[in-house]
Ligand binder design. Sequence first.
Ligand code: NDP
Ligand code: PYC
Length: 375
Amino acid sequence: MIAWCNGTTGMPNSSSTLPKAIKPQRLKWASLDGLSKELIMIRLSLIEARTLAESILLHNGFNAAHAQAVAATVIAGERDGCASHGLYRILGCVNSLRAGKVRADAEPQVIDQAPSIVRVDAAGGFSQLAFQAGMPLLEEKTRANGIAALAINRCVHFSALWVEIEQLTAAGLVALACNPSHAWVAPAGGSQPVFGTNPIAFGWPRAGKDPFVFDFATSAIARGDIELHRRAGKPIPEGWGVDADGQPSTDANVVLDAGAMLTFGGHKGSALAAMVELIAGPLIGDLTSAESLAYDAGSKSSPYHGELIIALDPRRFLGEATEQHLARAETLFESIQGQGARLPSQRRYEARARSLVEGVQIPQALYNDLKALLD
Ligand code: NDP
Ligand code: PYC
């Protein structure tokens, strides 16, 4: 994760006193390896950021439903300090549309596949609207059966999964989601890309508290983060990727364009990546990451495949004993935090609280690239 540090006053701004959106600010970019760079960053309120994202999508031809659904997820990413799945993704949305790889007006179709399975045909549109369309029936089936799955098919996918997971935990459900992407990642012991960055996300609802959510790529890092390093002209840490000969590389261009990304945790991440290929690919009748990349045909569009979401209702599993057992889960969380360790998503929730007051900061160069899409 790139860490941006505010080199200006450090004083929080209330949203009503935010500086003008396009006024440049000089901010220090503190890299973890001691390099110090300065970037021009600008601050946007969340409303300004959302308006910018939606206007670009509408201007370029997406219908209002897709523009709103996509803008909501990228603004959530920017708000929560997840720049790799934030505003910068709007560039990829427009690129995918211009390449003819996403349908701007696709109407997702909900199919009642089986007592515990909902299918949504995204019809070549972005996944966000398809998830919205399938969520009510997924929730209904989960409450009826205790467990249910949503298979999204034929979707163009680029979003962070926690956005969906949080909707399920808000409904009191436990949730798991995963999907393939493009074949960018070499298996442990190999050097040629086979897997996508294949994220796995999990959520657990907590009464009166933010849910326990983790959401990570099965590669060492999301590809979006390496792309942000490339945009900032910064080397990547060792362990993220290799060159075309399978040798370690810290050059983002080499890893992205010629070599391969690596899995996290060696053979363990590799096996999880393979599992994601299987259960969110052939199991739901959709493409693997290799097939998605072949379909892309060099256009560098967002991946095109399926997504699997599994939801579980604690009340169906536990009945009257639900509260008693959910309390035991709280003991687990306390034993993690009690020794100074943090829960996954804690950083994100803290970033969210800050952004709601201060707005978000994005590089001026990204802002310029985004504005150019309104011409
Ligand atoms: P990170 O490695 O940045 O973080 C992964 C998870 O680990 C987060 O839940 C994070 O919480 C948590 N975490 C990080 N550090 C700690 C710590 N010290 N203690 C406890 N928990 C910690 O994520 P990735 O780069 O692997 O993935 C980033 C995003 O990219 C994900 O949201 C994923 O969905 C998305 N992605 C999407 C793809 C797609 O096909 N649509 C493909 C690949 C990735 P926190 O956020 O609070 O730091
Ligand atoms: O960052 O690896 C990634 C990614 C792939 C698709 C969407 N995000």
